[in-house]
Design a protein around this ligand. Structure first.
Ligand code: PNS
Length: 167
């Protein structure tokens, strides 16, 4: 029997910064696929300037996924489907929280399918504990001195406190 091609998925996002919800989705994807490439979008189009640089966001993700042997992290600046093709991925995997995510993801899925019908968009439902969690919410909490240590990896919490806390 010939060896099967490894199943590779891309988990794309702004990750500004990575939350425990992202880490949960990446970990669950890593159990379904042979390899997961976390794609950190360099400059998100629909969002304002990022708080953390692409290299900082990448470093946070590498630290948070260090225990997962089949996960790697890369920054990308091109179309998501082109990045997925470059990586030999057959799927793009994202987390889905509430109905509010659905409309945006529905549009993204259709656009990406127009561009590359062979790459399947797949969604993993957020764990209940993280169904409310977003990078934006975490940044807002940290801005006002809220404790985000249960919501993001430890190095992220530290950096957020340093950069955002209003005196
Ligand atoms: O974490 P986000 O901000 O929801 O991630 C959005 C992301 C990175 C998945 C999306 O903006 C993206 O794929 N950007 C790359 C450009 C692209 O391919 N856009 C979609 C097809 S036009």
């Amino acid at each position: 029997m010939s060896a099967e091609k490894p199943r590779i998925a891309v988990c794309p996002g702004s990750y500004d910064p990575v939350t425990n919800g992202h880490v949960d989705i990446i970990g669950r994807a890593s159990r379904v696929f042979d390899k997961v490439v976390v794609g950190v979008v360099n400059q998100p189009v629909r969002k304002q300037k990022t708080l953390f640089t692409a290299e900082e966001r990448k470093a946070f993700l590498e630290d948070a996924t260090a225990d997962l042997g089949n996960v790697e992290v890369e920054v990308f600046s091109n179309l998501l489907v082109e990045f997925a093709r470059e990586k030999g991925a057959t799927a793009v995997v994202k987390g889905l929280r509430a109905i509010s995510d659905f409309e945006y993801e529905f549009e993204m899925n259709q656009l990406n399918r127009l561009l590359a019908a062979e790459i399947e968009s797949m969604y993993i439902f957020a764990s209940a504990a993280y169904s409310f969690l977003s990078s934006t919410g975490v940044k807002e909490m940290a801005t006002f001195g809220g404790d985000v240590s249960e919501l993001v990896p430890e190095p992220v919490a530290q950096q957020l406190a340093e950069r955002l806390k209003r005196s």
